[in-house]
Each structure stands twice: as structure tokens, then as C-alpha cells.
Design a protein around this ligand. Sequence first.
Ligand code: IVH
Length: 690
Amino acid sequence: MADTAQPHDLPDDPAERVGALRAVIARANELYHELDAPELPDAEYDLLVRELRALEADHPELAVDDSPTLAVGGAPSATFSPVVHAVPMTSLDNAMDGGELRAWADRVVRGLDGTVPAFVAELKFDGLAMSLRYEAGRLVQAATRGDGRVGEDVTANVRTIADVPQQLPAAAPEVLEVRGEVYMSREVFEALNEAYLAAGERPLVNPRNAAAGSLRQKDPAMTAKRRLSFWAYQLGEVVGGPAFASHHDTLYFLRGLGFPINPQVRALGTIDAVEAHCTHWERHRHDLAYEIDGVVIKVDDLAQRERLGFTSRAPRWAIAYKFPPEERTTLLRDIQVSVGRTGRTTPFAVLEPVFVGGSTVSMATLHNQDQVAAKDVRPGDTVIVRKAGDVIPEVVGPVLSLRPEGALPWIFPTTCPCPIESLLVRLPGEADTRCVEPGCPFQRDQRIIYWGSRGAMDIEGLGERTVMQLTRAGLVHDAADVYSLTAEQVAGLEGFGQVSADKLVAAIQGSKDRPLPKVLTALGIKHLGPAASQALAHEFGTLRRVFEATDEERAGVDGVGDVIAAALSRWYEQPSNREFVDRLEAAGVNFGSEEEVLAALAARAAIPQTLTGKAVVVTGAVPGYTREGAEEAITSRGGTSPGSVSKKTFALVVGEGAGASKLTKAEQHGVPQVPAERFVELIESGELPG
Ligand code: IVH
């Protein structure tokens, strides 16, 4: 197979396909050890190995001695000295769905002559397997897995990992090998990649690659900077230690010696419970501060493990339940540029559609010119696409080994993609390239789309397609125009009938009563988001007062500041924007009322400002309050109620149905938690209930 072939373009003929698969897998194994360029995502690699294994099973005549399916992993590299593992570090077999998980459990039960064992489920950490060897309680060697038999000596680098004990208590066995996973937390990874991108360097694909690269530094001081972490999950060689009956026993023992044991280890008695546990973590994997790519299920009883034994590559007593991949490779067909409502342009990737992270992705953002350059992605490349949970899909980087000959670097266009082809400008010191033509029809469309969007006026049916139809037909020139649309006009558009036209017009008219913060947000003023809109509306009460206030008055509002205050002035100075505001008012859009302002001021004066300067976050239900009511109770006492927890948060109020990510964040930052039942005490006193 040629070097430029795509993994998804393999030949159909079994003999050719087996050859092609072996070549791609061998190349991936080789590249895995270079680790300086994004590689085939693990999931993609696993799929190829699985397919090769299946083909080899169906076509025994194609078997060879040196097939990559017969090796556990890659061979050790020359940079670090080889270490022969005292007890081999085997791999795990995978289950890709509930069916495969049950099939494994059935095999286990058969192997135990019908006994259903107790299972232990652990998270499958997405890092690097590591074997730590202690002699007389001292860490003497740290080795990677390598091919399972021979790994690499990375002791000097592993000594820099704070989680790894250097010296064990006196009770430690004479020889103790601890196996576990070295990983990089999301927080460290994100900071590292931001720094890489800012320096114009190619970012790392994921925390696992970052951890691998960090362990391969020649200078341990570099590894130390990467702030790696460690979870212990298995014993290797043990001489002179206690006898263990179960996996649980070994984990307690390791914890007692000071090794970090993950808090999510669970004992599960039935395969139903195991499957439910796997589904739970598949849904909640993003709540964790580190990445996982599955759940590992192990038989707890060590005597039962003995009976089950190993296949040629993995234990029969454990299985890895793998989550669907969040990274896949696909073809980058083209790079295009979109224009936002403020004229900011965003390059985006046009992709051969690929199913990743739970949905089919055919476009992905590339953020800005510098990121395209840092990632060095070129049309024609096979690229790694990542979609993690609700996060927008992203092109991580090219698979350089699959770059077609003659693929040229992409050049940022000099003109706007809109029909008037206005010039694009990038000011010195700015990351963004902008279309600065106020009359740009693409910007205008985006402003109207934004007006109707969920976080703004929330007009159902006024989406991208409809807005474009309305502007193309000359019926609408800005958001104020939508309020004079008639059902007859809308019904004349393609795809609309009388009923859908009536519905859209009713939704538009209904939006006039949206609360003032929504109207402010909908104006789409640069830098002015929902939180600052809320603060401004709360302070000034009417849209006119917001604009008539001085910059100083606006900047003084908590959560607003100089940048937003000045952006508002600049916006309102434009005669076309003032005229737009007048037309919105004439259309009957809610601008807030003077009477309400006066009533609110009087009410506020009567409420003691116990929470001035304090941020209180609420998660879950607070008895006696709606979500908005609880927030109002906080802000009316001078506090703020942000949507997420940070180290500045004064308290996290925790009620029934609390969100895991807020709780985790609060724990991370040491934010005090207050049970929802004590909410009233908190807001009335402004102190943490004792
Ligand atoms: S146990 C003999 N437990 O998954 C059993 N492995 O393909 C050895 N991994 O190389 C592994 N989390 O790097 C085990 N809780 C966990 C794990 C785990 C991640 C990795 C490990 C291993 C690979 C198996």
C-alpha cells in the first residue's frame, strides 16, 4: 500500500486488505514511539487491529509469524535503557458494547464452573501504564510497559511525579512492584496546549500523548514542569509481603503505603450492575478532572483469577469496556472562512463526514489564522478530529505520515466570502482577521440570527435558513424589520405554508416581551454577554438608562468593567445603531419601565446587603425557591450568582440533583459547601452557617 493511502481507503480483497492493515498498524506502532506528531487515535488503531484479527481468523491461509496482532504493543525505543519486567505487563481485551461485555462475563462464569464472581470496576485511565519497583521501601526503578515483556527505564522522570512515593513506610515488602497509570489532568493539558499555540507550535493531541511525551523528556526538569499524576491499580512482583485474598485487599494495602487509589473503584455483584456502571461513566466521563476511555472490570477474588489465567495476550479475568471514540481521523476536504456578526472571521474545516463523540461531524472550527498555521493542517490531509461531549468539534492536527505529496499550506483569504467581497483586515497584535465593512450582508445575516437565538430573544423558527431567505427576498434588513413581517409575506417563502407562517409571526411578536437582559444581549454588542447584560439591566432598569449612563457609571457595575462600558458607548455613538434602537422601541420591544426601576430601588433599599462582593453558586434544588428565585435572593442582597464555581466562589449551595462538575470544582478549589436547607441562613447572615 502506498504511503499516502487513508486508513478508510483500504482495498477490499481480503489478502490485499490484510497486507494493507499490517502495513498501517506496523507504521502506527513505529510512529507511536516518536510521539512528537499527532498519531492515529487509539480508537482508530484498535479498530484496525480488531479488523486484522478478524480477517486472520477467517483466513488462516493468510497467517504470518510477524503479524502485529501477535505483539502486545510497540518495541521499546533506543533512547531509554530496556527493563525486563519481572512479571509481564499484559494488555487487556476490549468489549465495545454491552453484548461483548456479557459474552466476557459468560466466559468467566463458565471458566469458574458456573460460579458468578464478585467484580471490581475501575475507571480506565487514559494515560500510560507504569511499573514502579520498590526495594527495601525505596523507589529503585520506573518502567513503561513497552511490548509487555521489555519496557523502558524512565526512573529519573517518574521521580518528579508528586503522586509517586519515593520512600515507603517500614511495613513495605522487601520487593514491591506497583502498576498503575501515569496521566495528565485536563487542567494541566489545557494550560500546556494554550502555551504551545501561543508560541505558534503544534499542539498535543490529547492528555495521553502529552503524558507520553512528558515521560520521554531527556531532562527530568522538563517532566517536572508537566505536573503528571498517577493512579495505582495492580501489583507486579511482590517478595516478602502479606498474602492477599482479593483485589480489594491489594488496593487497601497500596493505599496504606501512600499510593493514590482512585476513589471510583466499585465492588459490583452482578453483570447488570457492571453494565449500568459502564453506561453511567460513559455519560459522565466529562465530569472528571482527568480523561478516561472506558471502564476496566476485574474479577475480585485472586484464587478465581488464578483459575481463569491468561490468553496469549491478556488476562481472562479482566476486560476493558471501551467508550465510543472521541477522536477519529478523516479527510480534510477544504478550509473555508465564516463571518460572524461582529465581522470576525473564523476558518473552519470541511471534512469527509465522520461519526465521532456521539454525532456525525462534517465541519469543525479552526479558530483563527495562527491556529491553522500552528497545527499545519492542509487541504488533502488526513486529520484527527476530536469531539468530547458537548464541546464543539475540533481539528487537532494532521497525521503527517499520511500527508499526500504536494499538499500546500493553506493561505488565509484576503477578501470576505460574502457577495460584495469586502477586504479582510488583521490588525497588529490581534489574533482575529475581520471584515470591517458595516454593509457586509453576511454580518447582517449573523446579527439577525443572533437576535433570534436561544440566549437572546429566543424566537422559535427564526434560524439561519429562514433569516437568509428573508434577507435574500429583501423583506428584512435588520432585526427591527422582523417585527413588521406579515404572515402573508412569510407564507410566500419556499418551505412555508399558512400555518408555519402564522407560527413564525406569532413567535416573533411574542418575543417583544422578553426581559430586558435578553434584549440587551440580543443587540449583539461586542464583549456584551448575558452576565454583563443581566448586571446592567439590574442596575439601570431601562435600556435608555443603560445607554444614557456614563462609561464610568457602567464600568462601576459589578461584572461589567471598562471594556464593556466603552464598547456600549462606541456602539451607541453610531447613528445607524441609534436609529435601530428607535425602531425597536417603536415596534414595541420591551425596554424596561421607569416605574419598575423605582419599585426595584425601593425594594432593594429595604433588603440588607449581606452578600456584597460575594459570589454564591447554586446547584440542585433549594427548598421554597425556584432557580431564578434563589438567584434573585442572592443578587438582591448585593451578591452575584455565577453559573460556575471558581476559586473566588464564596459558597456552593448544594441541593437535591446537584451537578457533579460543580461539586468536583468546589472540592478542587476548596470552596465551602452549604446544604440547600441552610440557604436562608446563608443569605440573611452573609456568613457560612456554622
Ligand atoms: S489493569 C493485567 N486497570 O489499560 C491487567 N489497566 O489495555 C493490567 N489501564 O496497559 C491492566 N486504567 O495502561 C488496568 N484501572 C485500570 C486501568 C488500566 C487504564 C490501561 C493500562 C493498560 C491498558 C490495557
